[in-house]
Ligand binder design. Structure first.
Ligand code: GYE
Length: 335
């Protein structure tokens, strides 16, 4: 852990000075066993404070595992906090990390808005911040070093484009219900936007109901039950993640309908359980969102800590899956 903050030029000067002093003192002691690097190696571990959204979904679990494993592999000392999907808990965790003078703060913001004050506190303390998975809507981009994560608008658009293609011969209305992620979250806002823009290509495609299911199975099930009660004809479900889709399956089956046949189901993520439902014919299409952000995050932390400039935005590479593609991909799927 670092005791004080310096600019990279100062760091370099300090490192040179320290190594000169170290070599000098070792020579004075007659100790030449320096491990072969002349004693210039910085063995001080990077300490990262990470504030995770919660444990709401299979995606999140895979993401947490990726971050913890990558920290160990990269020799980064990780302080980890689960905010249980509450912004106030994340702010508290970030303030703790500032107080503990960690080297880097990384977090996945549960919602997009309301971060300026705490980000400014981190900046004033000289602690670099990396956004992972989800972004913030702060106008001041100097409050964080980079944002590593997916293009959620694109995911929604890919989901919508697939539906437009499937329904291109439809002559009557196609009734769509939408299960949104937690209110105010970047992936909820953006997936809704991308999907809406894509389906505008065919005026037959109509969203007749749209509610948050908080990215959880329980939320998906409960809201889908309400949708089914309130709407006679539901043709399509677009769920902002696999877990809500999986919860909705129970409600659909309980209502005597066949998921994947009576109701076309499109989701986002492509975690194992979602891919299994797709391979089994219960889901119809998934836009992938990769949770395996750990290795890139650790790499970025090292660069930022060393004072290197990193790209302001790093986008995750993703694909989409049909039922046939899910069958093929499942045996080697890691999460
Ligand atoms: O799609 C969902 C999770 O922020 C991309 O959060 C992430 C989303 C993911 O709960 O399953």
């Amino acid at each position: 852990m670092r005791k004080m903050r310096m600019h990279s030029a100062q760091w370099r000067a300090a490192t040179v000075l320290a190594s000169v002093l170290l070599v000098g003192s070792m020579a004075a002691c007659g100790n030449s066993d320096t491990g072969g690097d002349g004693g210039t190696k910085d063995d001080g571990k990077i300490t990262m404070g990470f504030s995770q959204v919660g444990a709401e979904s299979g995606w999140r679990t895979a993401n947490t595992i990726s971050i913890k494993e990558s920290a160990t592999a990269a020799g980064v000392e990780l302080k980890f906090d689960d905010a249980q999907q509450k912004q106030e808990n994340q702010i508290k965790a970030i303030r703790n990390y500032i107080q503990q003078k960690v080297d880097v703060i990384a977090f996945s913001p549960v919602v997009e808005s309301g971060w300026d004050t705490v980000l400014k506190e981190a900046k004033d303390a000289g602690i670099p911040v990396i956004l992972t998975d989800r972004s913030v809507d702060s106008a001041d981009k100097s409050l964080y070093k980079t944002f590593l994560g997916s293009d959620f608008v694109k995911e929604g658009k890919l989901a919508g484009d697939w539906l437009v293609e499937q329904k291109k011969t439809a002559t009557g209305p196609v009734n769509i219900v939408e299960l949104q992620g937690n209110t105010g979250a970047a992936p909820a806002n953006d997936r809704k936007k991308g999907f809406g823009e894509a389906i505008a290509a065919n005026p037959n495609l109509k969203i007749i109901a749209s509610q948050p299911g908080d990215f959880t199975r329980a939320g998906g099930k409960q809201v889908m039950e309400q949708f089914l009660k309130a709407n006679k004809q539901i043709d399509v479900l677009f769920a902002h993640n696999d877990d809500m889709g999986l919860g909705a399956l129970e409600a659909i089956t309980a209502a005597g309908k066949v998921p994947g046949k009576d109701i076309t189901i499109i989701t986002v993520d492509a975690v194992k359980d979602g891919m299994q439902a797709l391979a089994d014919g219960k889901f119809n299409f998934i836009a992938e969102c990769s949770p395996l952000l750990g290795p890139q995050l650790m790499d970025l932390a090292k660069k930022v800590h060393a004072g290197e400039t990193v790209p302001a935005r790093i986008e995750t590479q993703e694909t989409t899956f049909t039922q046939a593609q899910a069958k093929e991909a499942l045996p080697t799927r890691k999460y």
